[in-house]
Design a protein around this ligand. Structure first.
Ligand code: FES
Length: 149
């Protein structure tokens, strides 16, 4: 095998290794990013909850649905293009293009076609925490009481 062929093979092999290494690094980076986007955020102290109703927290892009026995966190991000929905007497309303959602986030009128998603939540150290960055399609109801550690 001539030197020229050997050099070309070596260059090709190095290029392949570079591509493979780049792909591995990209995968690690995107996985780490996905993991870091989901994090627990403190919303408010448990004793500030009303006995019943909806507590919008637009700065956190969630609303708490509160009943005497349980709590759930629904996303306030419209499933059409992500505008912040507001709470009204029928449920939720998106001021950007007029989508309407029911009291449990179900689509009443488009252009949105998907229900509002939900967040996991937990009660910890006297406060309500929500898992942001990761949403689910069904509600996650948590008892109003903080479970003993
Ligand atoms: S972003 Fe809400 S209806 Fe378009």
């Amino acid at each position: 095998m001539s030197d020229l062929i050997r050099r070309r093979l070596l260059k090709g092999l190095l290029a392949l290794l570079g591509l493979f290494g780049g792909a591995v690094l990209l995968d690690i980076w995107s996985g780490a990013r996905r993991f870091s986007e989901a994090r627990w955020q403190r919303l408010l102290p448990i004793d500030q909850l009303p006995p019943d109703g909806v507590v919008p927290l637009p700065q956190m892009k969630v609303a708490l649905l509160v009943s005497p026995k349980k709590i759930a966190a629904i996303s306030l991000e419209c499933t059409h293009l992500g505008c912040l929905v507001t709470v009204n007497e029928r449920g939720f309303y998106c001021p950007c293009h007029g989508s309407e959602f029911g009291p449990r986030g179900q689509v009443y009128n488009g252009p949105a076609t998907r229900d509002l998603p939900w967040h996991r939540l937990r009660l910890h150290h006297g406060a309500i925490w929500v898992l942001s960055g990761r949403k689910q399609t069904s509600p996650f109801w948590h008892p109003r009481e903080e479970s003993p550690a």
